[in-house]
Ligand binder design. Structure first.
Ligand SMILES: NC(=O)c1ccc[n+]([C@@H]2O[C@H](COP(=O)([O-])OP(=O)(O)OC[C@H]3O[C@@H](n4cnc5c(N)ncnc54)[C@H](O)[C@@H]3O)[C@@H](O)[C@H]2O)c1
Length: 263
């Protein structure tokens, strides 16, 4: 029998200071849940995630890899099998944020459009495509795709990101139908989440102001912490979600069901 083994694609801690990231928090949480964790990212700070896992008494390895490369994915999966014997959970959590992608459909270049879909959609597709045989060999498990509320609401001038996330939700449903009951697949759709990589050069005071202005759009009146997404990853990866399959689970503090205008 294969032990609990999870692969977290996009699991590096924040690139600036090793600060919070959704993938890092999820990897650390899965390790606490008893998974051996393979952290995959193109950033070296994936090692920081594994260091934290090990300091907490867990087990994991970091493999630097680009999830758009079939060859790199196959190397990662071969290593996963030889190190831990199989794979029972895949979490897709990468995202591309190129400066040229913050544009509307009329303005974005075809190159930016394609590059973004290649990571945000094809990266998820390829990880699933090549991981599924190993998961089936390991007697099944769960796939969790980190999507976004942007799959059904649109931020101005963020066109390709929204499209990529809508496609991830559709990918989630098709995987759920094709591979149940052996593999359950679900998506998590966060609203804004506080992560190190989006701090840019803002001072602590500027950051606080920024978070406060975003929080005004949220009934919870605050922004989401990475652990609040990692908790849902843990639930979907575990047996307590055993009959949840093919769902897009919104974790946005009520943002997308609220109309907060004043009368
Ligand atoms: N932060 C938010 O507010 C928010 C909201 C909704 C959804 N999300 C989703 O959460 C997930 C995590 O992203 P994040 O926004 O927290 O940013 P992030 O920068 O912390 O995480 C994205 C990670 O993906 C890695 N990555 C990018 N391209 C890669 C590639 N080709 N190969 C390997 N690794 C690659 C990056 O190095 C980075 O570590 C993404 O799917 C994102 O769309 C984030």
């Amino acid at each position: 029998m294969t032990n609990k083994v999870a692969l977290l694609a996009g699991g590096a801690m924040g690139y600036k200071n090793g600060g919070p990231s959704i993938g890092g928090a999820s990897a650390i949480r899965l390790a606490k849940d008893g998974f051996k964790v393979v952290v995959v990212d193109e950033l070296e700070t994936g090692q920081k995630t594994v260091d934290i896992i090990k300091n907490n008494g867990g087990d994991g390895i970091f493999m630097k890899a680009d999830v758009t490369s079939t060859e790199a994915i196959q190397t990662v999966l071969a290593e996963t099998k030889s190190e831990f014997g199989g794979l029972t959970c895949l979490v897709n959590c990468v995202a591309r944020y190129g400066p040229g992608m913050f544009k509307n459909v009329a303005e974005i270049s075809e190159e930016e459009w394609n590059k973004t879909l290649n990571v945000n959609l094809n990266g998820y597709f390829k990880m699933a495509k090549y991981a599924i045989p190993l998961m089936l060999e390991s007697n099944g498990g769960t796939i969790i795709n980190i999507s976004s509320i942007e799959s059904f609401v649109a931020i101005p001038n963020f066109s390709v990101y929204s499209v990529s996330k809508a496609a991830v939700d559709a990918l989630t449903r098709t995987l759920a139908v094709d591979f149940a009951p052996k593999i359950r697949t679900n998506a998590i759709l966060p609203g804004f989440v506080k992560i190190a990589n989006s701090e840019n050069d803002r001072s602590p005071e500027e950051l606080q102001k920024w978070y406060e202005s975003i929080a005004k759009q949220y009934p919870m009146q605050r922004v989401c912490e990475v652990d609040e997404i990692a908790n849902v990853v843990s639930f979907l990866a575990g047996d307590e979600s055993s009959y949840i399959n093919g769902q897009s689970i919104v974790v946005d503090g009520g943002r997308s069901i609220a109309d907060l205008h004043e009368f």
